[in-house]
Design a protein around this ligand. Structure first.
Ligand code: ATP
Length: 441
């Protein structure tokens, strides 16, 4: 078995191979595919939703449950439209758009090279600002007074609940409020499968701190967030932290970093981590007329907390996990495709496979699967040849398979096959659970 780094040409088709694997095995599909699809929206199949849930659970566990300084919320997707005026989104949440005068296709101005459309030579129009927020109407009347927005980020749901959390919990700065939820952006050019979507999910933390400590916490969170991606099993050499240059920073931001991943299409943002000052709370305090300051008993001072925001995407994390796990290996004369997913996120952790469809193998295998199911994410499979079933489990990233054979009834043992080493060890049935726990945890 040899694992070679992918040559340049292979990397170019990696995205295509992954999207095809995702469809073949049920990770994700284009939305509404039987009607020709809809751009920028994808649906997750049985394995995709399992992987997604595992990623979200890992984030929630590390950001909320394992900390005593962070609480969670779940705010509505629809909000009072005044929120988006105050936050600056109505005015500024725009991308520059140009249109080809010949074919009328539209592009983001910062993504085209030169004044003309490369494919047909058509001249581009002057750039105009295009607002990325989706609009809809609330209630039975459809006019400007009932217009609302689908939230383009989850963060504002946190800011507008800041006083509620302060008053209903015993949290005091430095402390954070976390949220996972859907966000919508009418991206001009969605693409790269689930990298740039129009409907996606975010995992955001707003961490409120005394103003003087803001930069210290920015430093802290950028390291913490990098660690989280490493714990998902993503290789260090494919990750980097990139500091924003002065001209990239929003006018209110004191500093910002992107966690970037080396995608097959180049280094791109996985997560943004920004020191936002008191911009958001100040804006909502002014627009709502409600006091959002905090009085610190110890120093007898009232202040508006500053905020550090790590903002990650569920879909981009999932894509990253899949790309990073994808391997092609030469095994004897055959090519093996294997997803080397970290056991903590693998949709299936243990596959239980009877060698043949004969009794008593099936009954034994099913009984073993039921015993293991409360402790691991398991899957029972008795279709096709054992070779094909191993190949399928390799492709969906299952770290271990337990094979029940004709000897099992006699020696009360089964074989554990490892996905990565393809090694096989014989283990007594009574020790199966423990042997798997040692390998998976
Ligand atoms: P980009 O520069 O790629 O448009 P952004 O800087 O606008 O991203 P943020 O507003 O910082 O993104 O959003 C935080 C995170 O939310 C991103 O790092 C990404 O993981 C996720 N995200 C943002 N927009 C999208 C999208 N259109 N599709 C999928 N995920 C997204």
């Amino acid at each position: 078995m040899a694992t070679a780094p992918l040559p340049e040409r292979a990397r170019q088709t990696l995205m295509e191979k992954l999207v095809s694997l995702a469809k073949r095995r049920g990770f994700f599909f284009q939305s509404s595919e039987i009607y020709g699809g809809i751009q920028g929206v994808w649906d997750y199949g049985p394995l995709g939703v399992a992987l997604r849930n595992n990623i979200k659970r890992s984030w929630w566990r590390s950001m909320v449950e394992l900390r005593d300084d962070v609480v969670g919320i779940d705010a509505g997707i629809l909000m009072n439209p005044r929120v988006w005026v105050a936050s600056g989104h109505v005015q500024n949440f725009t991308d520059p758009l140009v249109e080809c005068k010949k074919c009328h296709q539209r592009f983001r101005a910062d993504q085209v090279s030169g004044p003309r459309h490369e494919s047909d030579g058509g001249e581009f129009t002057e750039a105009r600002q295009f607002n990325l927020m989706f609009k809809t109407f609330m209630g039975p009347a459809e006019d400007s007074s009932t217009q609302v927005y689908l939230r383009p980020e989850t963060a504002q749901g946190i800011f507008v609940n800041f006083a509620n959390i302060l008053n209903s919990t015993r949290m005091r700065p430095p402390f954070g409020i976390a949220q996972i939820g859907k966000a919508f952006r009418n991206e001009i050019t969605p693409g790269n499968s689930i990298f740039r979507l129009r409907e996606f999910e975010q995992m955001e933390l707003e961490y409120f701190v005394p103003p003087a400590d803001e930069m210290k916490w920015l430093d802290y969170w950028k390291e913490q967030r990098l660690e989280w991606y490493l714990a998902l099993g993503i290789k260090r050499e494919h990750l980097r932290l990139r500091a924003h240059g002065k001209n990239e920073l929003a006018h209110y931001a004191r500093g910002a970093f992107d966690v970037e991943y080396e995608f097959p299409f180049g280094w791109s943002e996985l997560e943004g981590i920004a020191a936002r000052g008191d911009y958001d709370l100040d804006a909502h305090q002014k627009a709502s007329g409600k006091d959002l300051t905090y009085f610190d008993d110890l120093i007898r001072e009232r202040y508006l907390p500053h905020v550090v925001e790590p903002s990650a995407g569920v879909d981009r994390s999932l894509l990253t996990v899949l790309i990073d796990a994808y391997h092609e290996e030469q095994v004897r004369d055959e090519q093996r495709v294997v997803l080397k997913l970290h056991p903590s996120v693998a949709p299936v952790q243990v596959a239980i496979l009877p060698l043949s469809r004969k009794e008593p193998l099936i009954a034994t295998a099913q009984a073993i699967e039921h015993e293991l199911r409360p402790f691991f994410r398991t899957e029972y499979d008795d279709t096709q040849s054992i070779g094909k079933r191993y190949r399928r489990q390799d492709e969906i990233g299952t770290p271990y398979a337990v094979t029940i054979d004709f000897e099992t009834a006699n020696d009360q043992s089964a074989t554990i096959r490892s996905r990565d080493e393809m090694s096989q060890v014989r283990v007594p049935l009574t020790q199966l659970k423990q042997a798997l726990q040692e390998r998976l945890h």
